[in-house]
Design a protein around this ligand. Sequence first.
Ligand code: SIN
Length: 275
Amino acid sequence: MGYESIDVTPMTPRIGAEVAGITLANPLSNRQVEELHQALAEHQVLFFRDQPMDVDAHKRFGRYFGELHIHPSTPGPEGHPEILPIHADANSRRINGEYWHSDVSCDEEPPAASILYLHTVPPVGGDTLFASQYAAYEALSPRMQRYLEGLTATHSGDHVYRRNNALMGLKETGKVYPQASHPVVRTHPVTGRKALYVNGDFTTHIDGLPREEGRAVLDFLCEFATREEFQVRFRWRPHSVAFWDNRCVQHQALWDYYPQTRSGRRVTIKGDKPY
Ligand code: SIN
């Protein structure tokens, strides 16, 4: 596809493109926003280099793509509830996104997309992996695709956020975290393509299947969905940005840089009920 207002360079045949020729911290033209929408639909995750931006510019950039989401477990700092700080250093006992997942898939209406900006990165390490869930679905046999048709799975935030809070030494508050049932194969509302929509972090079980069968199918799907051939791997530099579509991408942050510091923030864009 041709672009007039941005330069788009694919990083793999299936997923990921680097975008240049745009300054995200500036107000954007309608053409730029429209072409970023197109590029995201085409490549599923977009990467940008050298994009220093403050909190307000980050939120403004996010709002070009929809209303901003507030995280159910970690609302942002005073005055900026839509900001999710992403930070790890020598004192950290966990990081965000260490297991393959689609952001907050436990929400009834899970986020459509996320925009992560890192200002500080370790000299090496701290890459993020992204896997195309279109590519994973399309690589399944037609027989397996038929088997999955109409199945739903339960996604729960409870074990995820309680584990994180415990690791951070936070007191148990009795807070109830979201849980929702979503199709195992969802249809992307923009592209109409089918994508696998289960992940190893939030998805607890496939609804309505005998326990052992459901476990085996879910384990197979989670392993299959994150195979190397469906992936792109992003090597961060200071002030890089990654913008991914949670409706067709899973991601995982690697914590191979301890005790170095990796720091920035994410805004997340609200989505619709998967179908
Ligand atoms: C996340 O949003 O899951 C964190 C990703 C990252 O830090 O690379």
